[in-house]
Design a protein around this ligand. Sequence first.
Ligand SMILES: *Cc1c(COP(=O)(O)O)cnc(C)c1O
Length: 405
Amino acid sequence: MTGVVSGRGCSSRPAWAEVDLAALRRNVAALAAFVSPALVCAVVKADAYGHGAVAVAREALDAGASWLAVALVEEGVELREAGIEAPVLLLSEPPPGAMEEAVARRITPSIYSAEGLSSVAALARHLDRRVGIHLKVDTGMHRVGSDPLEVPALARSARDAPGVYIEGLWTHLAVADGASRQDREFTQVQLSALAGTLSALRAEGIDPPLVHAANSAGAIAHRGSRLGMVRCGIALYGALEPLGGCDEPGAMALQESLQPVMSLRARVSALRELPRGARPSYGRLRPLEQDSVVATVPLGYADGVPRRWFSNGGTVLVGGEHRPLAGMVTMDQIVVDCGPGSKVRAGDEVVLIGRQGVAELNVLDWASRLGTISYEVLCGIGPRVPRVFLNGSREDRHEGQDEEV
Ligand SMILES: *Cc1c(COP(=O)(O)O)cnc(C)c1O
């Protein structure tokens, strides 16, 4: 292994998540070229969907992203503390009490309430600083955002607040990944509502320079949603569900070019030869159908391998083949039925997500077997799993920068 182990977790643990930064860079570059001239905002909330926010943010910026987006002020602070100076958009209005930290750290708040606006206005006045905000309009997602009819009043207050600068206007699409006619129509309804809101603001002489709507699916499947910037997460991580019914030119080729960034691996920690009828692990749920070699692998549900992985017939890759679990997933470990006469040895690598030889088990396979989406699988890989970053370009870049300075 040549990678850099992250500070979190214990690097001596024979279980790790590999984050292929070269794959991430290729994904960012491919997406940036595809949506150009729209800018790319790399969404790195939830520790970059479990990939490691700081490393991902650096690579994404270097590979062509212009903005970063986070869900929490704390997540923005982590980027700033790491020395990242690129614009960071906070996707929700900060809760009362967190606005000050956001503004102090130059994290761009989304604003959609009068309270949010007055708190940012008070800070801009107090600090005697220009503070950019992005007004968020609820065009149909109905989660956060201001009603389209209320945006003009909010925008007027923002315009009239000294120091406050309306840098962006945005919305979020609810069914950009939907293939049905209804879904595609609803996306158009949302985009029309955003366009209508923008016209209403322009009629009052307010013209936010950055208008954005698209998530990954929107950016790829709905040309009209790209606008000034696309906010992409899952596509950059190479875990976008293939978009059905998508007739955008080049969209299929782009999707096929996106490569998975994360793999989840561990080493066999123990082996036992067990007789037919033995029932490994909690609950003694399933008898071995024949004498078999059972391997213990040190990853469990505390690491993001759900108990359902056993119940739903999940496999792992051992010796380049899919092998079933021999019993219930436990908190820290799984048991794998390697089959009679298996040549597996203690210390051999087991792949839970990723490739081994020609065999592959990807995040989308996990999602469909678990009845969930790739996002939840990735975010579930817990903080005690060390992240190993492969193919980072950080050191090279540092040297380059030193020479320039
Ligand atoms: C998470 C999120 C995104 C990114 O969505 P992907 O489907 O991962 O591309 C974009 N915009 C908002 C508001 C989000 O919450």
